[in-house]
Design a protein around this ligand. Sequence first.
Ligand code: SME
Length: 160
Amino acid sequence: MFSFTTDPAQPKSQLYAELRSAALALTDGETDAVANMANLAALMWQFLPELNWAGFYRTINGELVLGPFCGKPACIRIPYGSGVCGTAAAQGETQMVADVHAFPGHIACDAESRSELVVPVIREGKVLAVIDLDSPRVSRFDEDDQAGVEALAAAIGERI
Ligand code: SME
């Protein structure tokens, strides 16, 4: 069993530094990408408050395919360019959506989701996967969350 304790009330930069360090510790020496993504999804779920979904979509044969996650069952395949995840993958850039109801083409996997942060994991110039975080609160994510998840994506790119 792995036990990480964290204070969700601390400054976000500190919270994400702790998340990153737990992520690197938990994946250290493990080469199985699925095992690592499963533990990383569980860590994000534990560390980050006000989420209803946290996990990965992987690029397989040019489309996004559902990977390990915490939350309700989700859509399995997302074409590049579709929805928030597919847009992040196609552009290779983070998508931070304050209100998913206002995002054209948003794919509603869980009707509770109101805001979303999707960060590509890039290795050797290619989008290997995206990290997808959903929240039931409008405007749950800010620039500190974006910076924190982007740093996490950069740190774990070699391990998934
Ligand atoms: N809402 C996402 C789909 C994935 S689920 O949120 C888990 C999108 O529009 O890409």
